[in-house]
Design a protein around this ligand. Sequence first.
Ligand SMILES: *Cc1c(COP(=O)(O)O)cnc(C)c1O
Length: 395
Amino acid sequence: MTDNPEFERSTRAITAGRDSSGGSLSPVLWPSASFAVDSFAEARKRASTPRVTNFYGRFGNPGVQDFADAVGELEGAETALAFGSGMGAISTAVLALCSSGQHIVAQKQLFSSTTQLLRGACARFGIETTFVDGTNPEEWEAAVRPGETALLVVETPSNPLLELIDLERIAAIKGPIKLVDSTFGTPLATRALEIPGIDLVMHSATKALSGHNDATLGVLCGSEDLMMWIWGYHTMHGAVASPFDAWNALRGLRTLGVRVRQQTDSASAIAEELTAQDSVSRVYYPGLADHPQAELVKRQMDITAGILSFDLAGGQDAVELFMDALGLVQIATSLGGPETLVTHPTTTTHAVLSPEDREDLGIGDGLVRMSVGLEVTKDLLADIRQAFIVSAGSR
Ligand SMILES: *Cc1c(COP(=O)(O)O)cnc(C)c1O
C-alpha cells in the first residue's frame, strides 16, 4: 500500500481512503441513509457514538468518511471531516468555533461567499470581523484582540489574485484558532498543517481534489479534539456530503498528482504567453519569476498549480470580446477540473461586492480568472492567441 509517510502525497493519493472498500480497488458507494442493527443495545450504542458512520446518514457514512480520510492523509492531519460543499465546511467551522461577542480576523481578498458569511450571518449573530490586507502579517497581528478574537480565516493563494499569505507568521499568532482555506493550492502545493500553530485546513473539494466537475464537497482537516466539536455542529447544521459525490471525488483524487502537474505546466506556459501580449496589462500567477511574493512562493508552495488571473487593458468590453472569441477554453465558474475555464470576477464570482470594495481588492473590470485544465498545452496556447487576434480585430 502507499500509506507510507515517506511517499510523496501524489503517490499516497492513489490508495488513500480505502477503509470501507474491503479489498475492492475502486471506492465503494454506500448510498444508504440509515443502517439496521441486530439489537436494541446496538442501536443505543451507535446513537451515542461520536462520528459514527453506520447509524444515520447525517451523522456519517462509510464512503464519505473514506473520502475525508483520504484528504486528511494527504494533509498529514490527525483526522478530517467531509461536508456537502466548501461553504458547508467553512460556515460549520465558523459557527461551531465562534460565539456572539467574539471576533474574527480575515483577509479582505477571500472567496466571496466567505466574505458574505462573515459580513452577513456572522455580523447578524454578533460576531464581528476585522478584514486586513492578508499579505501584510503585521495587519493580522495588530487586528487580533486578546481574549476576544476566536478565529483567523486565511486563504492562500487567494481568490482571484493569487496572493499568498505567510502561514508561518499567521501560525505564530497566539490565541485564536487558525483556519486555512487551501483550495487553490491543493495539499500538493501547500503543507499548511505541517506548520505548528495552524489548526484547520479547509478545501472546497468541488475543485481540484475531485477534479472532474462532478461533485460538490468540502473537507476540514485538523486535530481529533477540534473535529469532534465541529462534528457535533456539522450534524446539527446538516451540511453533510452526498455519498455519491464523495465516491466520485475519491475516484478523482487518485489522479490528483498527474492532473495538478499537467495543469501547472500549462498554466506556466499560458502565464508567459499572456505576459507577452500587448493587450494584457498584468498577469497574476505565483509561478512567474517576477511575482511580487516570489520568495514566499518558493518557501510555501511546492507546486504553483493551475489557476491564474490577468488584466485586460481594455476593461470589461475587451474581456467580453476576448471570452466570446475563445473556442477550446470555455466560459464557466469553477476551477480545478479537466476543462480550461475562464470567468469574469466583476460580473460573476465577485458581483455581490460593491464597485468600491472590488476596487479596494484590486479586482478591476478587465480582470479574467482562468482555471487551466488538462488539454494539451499547445492547443490551449493556440486558442488563446487566436482569441486575442479575433478580439483585437473586432474592436
Ligand atoms: C469554491 C471555493 C469555496 C467554496 O466551495 P464550494 O464547494 O463552492 O462551496 C471556498 N473557497 C475557495 C477558495 C473556493 O475556490
